[in-house]
Design a binder for this molecule. Structure first.
Ligand SMILES: Nc1ncnc2c1ncn2[C@@H]1O[C@H](COP(=O)(O)OP(=O)(O)OP(=O)(O)O)[C@@H](O)[C@H]1O
Ligand SMILES: [Mg+2]
Length: 220
């Protein structure tokens, strides 16, 4: 089967005070369409850095990321932005909602950028993440779980081929974390999108098709 995403000999380093700090070393991986992969590892091991490279949010120092037929390193910023808009969803630990937009407007936002009009899609996602009663609330009026459910609906509204989530339940208590995960996995299965989740939660990793562990910038 052809992989949706592959990384070949991926390296990332930063230069700080003229010193090269190596963060990721020779990462090789592949992810299939519809697959759910968990990434685990200690704080500082390079998980968020890896996710940023795979999602085209940052550039590798060397190596390749192929996503749905394109090599990300060969694309212009404009092409990458368009690709992220159409094919990639991202959910962050700290939600990253737009504070001046309400729940419905936040979820609709990626469609507006793409000049796509799908009110029924927005409506069904708002209901799927159980926020119909909060659709006109602004982010500062929402609980953490409600914010993250909004962010998940927003990430899925464009039907991405792959959804990346960096510790999506890291700021939630146990009950809210469970609700968010259950909804995330239900929507992932229904939409057929691939899902790559960075998590410290063994219970979430146990539900993945596969778990990758990163240690000191290397996959184990
Ligand atoms: N822009 C940057 N410049 C310099 N060093 C960086 C930069 N971004 C990340 N790092 C370093 O890279 C290492 C890996 O960071 P990363 O955020 O990927 O870790 P992580 O595994 O996601 O950790 P956590 O579980 O705490 O979120 C850390 O030592 C961090 O300080
Ligand atoms: Mg991180």
């Amino acid at each position: 089967m052809k992989s949706l995403l592959t990384a070949h000999h991926l390296n990332k380093s930063f230069i700080i005070d003229e010193q090269q700090i190596v963060i990721l070393k020779d990462i090789n991986l592949s992810i299939q369409s519809g697959e759910f992969v968990a990434i685990m590892g200690k704080s500082g091991s390079g998980k968020s850095t890896l996710l940023s490279l795979l999602a085209g949010l940052d550039h590798a120092s060397s190596g390749q990321v192929m996503l749905a037929g394109d090599e990300l390193g060969q694309m212009s910023e404009e092409q990458l932005a368009l690709k992220r808009q159409k094919e990639i969803g991202f959910v962050f630990q700290s939600f990253h909602l737009i504070p001046t937009l309400n729940v419905e407007e936040n979820i609709t936002f990626p469609l507006n950028i793409a000049r796509d009009h799908q009110p029924d899609k927005v409506d069904s996602l708002i209901k799927a993440v159980e926020l119909n009663h909060r659709r006109h609330s602004f982010p500062n009026q929402l609980s953490g779980g409600e914010k993250q459910r909004t962010a998940i609906a927003r990430a899925l509204v464009t039907d991405p081929k792959i959804l990346f989530a960096d510790e999506p339940t890291g700021n939630l208590d146990e009950a809210n974390a469970k609700q968010v995960i259950d909804l995330l996995l239900t929507l992932q299965k229904a939409s057929g999108t691939a899902l790559v989740v960075v998590t410290h939660d063994p219970a979430l990793a146990a539900r993945a098709d596969r778990t990758l562990t990163i240690k000191d910038g290397q996959l184990q």
